[in-house]
Design a protein around this ligand. Sequence first.
Ligand SMILES: [Fe+2]
Ligand SMILES: [Fe+2]
Length: 259
Amino acid sequence: MRVLALGDVSGRCGVACVEKFLRGVKAELSADAVVVNAENAALFGVTPQQANALLDAGADVLTLGNHAFKQKTITDFLDASDRIVRPANFAPSVPGRGVTYLPTSSGQLAVINLIGRCDMSFIPDNPFTVIDQLLCEVSQRTKFIVVDFHAEATSEKLAMAYHLDGRVSAIWGTHTHVQTADERVFPNGTGYISDLGMVGARESVIGVRAQDSVSYFLGDMMTRFQSADGPACFCGALFDLDDETGKCVSVERVRYDET
Ligand SMILES: [Fe+2]
Ligand SMILES: [Fe+2]
């Protein structure tokens, strides 16, 4: 099974880029399943319309992160759809689910979303203990398990990869919007990359207009972040999983630049 994962889709430029390129890339890479981080489709959060646009464009499962609930209209969608997950270590009372199962020709693919605790503006449950509990149930159902770990610190992401090595097929990082070059297969067969990067405006600061970000860091308290325009970059990674064992055979970084 080949799983294509895309980093945070950022703003209208990112959504348009997915609509334009995902079907072609999915076919070119022979991906059986596509998992897309959608927490920034509205720059802050995602609306049901944007979630449907990404699913219609070829995404199979959407993942989220710290901006999951910024658009209030998404809450009913999170409860109703099994094609979108929010971090499993949010409080159990919040809408939506932290794991979902996607049928594929090779079997069910479990997609889990987790969020880290380093440099987040709130304190979720411990992702290391939550995933241990969750895997008791998930690993009974399928050997194909992937995790989007939405986190800031590479140390937390790497520690999670060692924690999960051999117990999940792949774990990738999202949230920084900057693609890392450390993709590899861990010793016990778990595929990994610290961050997938983003799908969004190349000339931007993580999807935001550069001038807005510079003003903010100069101390302008009135700055309002706006989504930057294209051309876009399209970033992610392709994980090739062994159909017999569910273990990862190879990880390939993916990046296309719109001209
Ligand atoms: Fe993000
Ligand atoms: Fe984030």
